[in-house]
Design a protein around this ligand. Structure first.
Ligand SMILES: NC(=O)c1ccc[n+]([C@@H]2O[C@H](COP(=O)([O-])OP(=O)(O)OC[C@H]3O[C@@H](n4cnc5c(N)ncnc54)[C@H](O)[C@@H]3O)[C@@H](O)[C@H]2O)c1
Length: 256
């Protein structure tokens, strides 16, 4: 077998949460280009359906657009039911959906803290749990959780203690669940990107130029499309002996 065959995802079914834009959408396109049928989800059904048909048109894969707020277990379970009804299985789950807010630690309102944790950490847990229940029955599957370089470093100058804590939590959740499920054929890994040009960070142009880019050894932010190959690697048999691991794709930011 040629090594590149290990990256192929023909016939696989992949769910990507929060894939109506940004890193989720770029990853969904990459997974579809590698051969997978993809499930696009977001908080708004119309956006999910629009992106799903764009990807079907450009790649020829089967796609499905669904509404799902990842912080609500009943919506996560309904999403999984619909995936099984449509495709009969789930091979890959990229738990990407996340939000970020900036606030000094002494000022973060309790409601904002709870809301961010509900999406970034509990949402990843609920989706890992629900995808895992399907994959454990199948005896196979690859789950990828969206962490961040903020799991390791303290961002400057914006204060985001609650965001950093949520992403560090994603890493440890990934490791603990990976160890539980490793003997049963389900791999669970994390990806920790650095600064990527998405709508999440679009409002911070001045910070990007004055603070972020000068601290990135590669001297630039990444484009969303650059995450695609890393997700295909973690989703596919190319990473068949990797579980509980983490890919850091941050242009070297966490080195300094
Ligand atoms: N952009 C970066 O520099 C960067 C760096 C490291 C990690 N990340 C992480 O990558 C992920 C994607 O970020 P992005 O930059 O593409 O952001 P984005 O804001 O462009 O996209 C986020 C996506 O998540 C969806 N979403 C938000 N809340 C949701 C909820 N409750 N349920 C379901 N979907 C929800 C949004 O609709 C959107 O599709 C996030 O988890 C983020 O923390 C981003």
């Amino acid at each position: 077998m040629n090594v590149l065959d290990k990256f192929k995802l023909d016939g696989k079914v992949a769910l990507i949460t929060g894939s109506t834009r940004g890193l989720g959408k770029a990853s969904a396109i990459a997974l579809a280009q590698a051969g997978a049928n993809v499930v696009i989800t977001g908080t708004k059904l119309k956006d999910a359906q629009t992106v799903a048909s764009e990807i079907a048109d450009s790649t020829g894969r089967k796609t499905l657009g669904l509404q799902c707020d990842v912080s609500k277990s009943e919506q996560v379970n309904a999403m999984m039911d619909e995936i099984i009804e449509t495709f009969g299985k789930l091979d890959i789950a990229f738990n990407n959906a996340g939000i970020a807010t900036v606030a000094n630690a002494e000022d973060i309102p309790e409601e904002d803290y709870d809301n961010l944790m509900a999406v970034n950490l509990k949402g990843v847990f609920l989706c890992t749990q629900a995808a895992g229940r399907i994959m454990l029955r199948q005896g196979s599957g690859s789950i990828i959780n969206m962490a961040s370089m903020s799991s390791h470093i303290v961002n400057v100058p914006q204060n985001i203690a609650h965001y950093a804590a949520s992403k560090a939590g994603v890493l440890q959740l990934t490791k603990a669940i990976a160890a539980e499920w490793a003997p049963r054929g389900v791999r669970v890994n994390a990806i920790s990107p650095g600064y990527h040009n998405t709508e999440m960070v679009a409002g911070f142009k001045e910070l990007q130029e004055q603070w972020w880019v000068p601290r990135i050894p590669m001297g630039r932010m990444a484009q969303p499309v650059e995450i695609g190959p890393a997700i295909v690697f973690l989703a596919s048999d190319a990473s068949s002996y990797m579980t509980g691991g983490e890919l850091v794709t941050d242009g070297g930011y966490s080195l300094w």
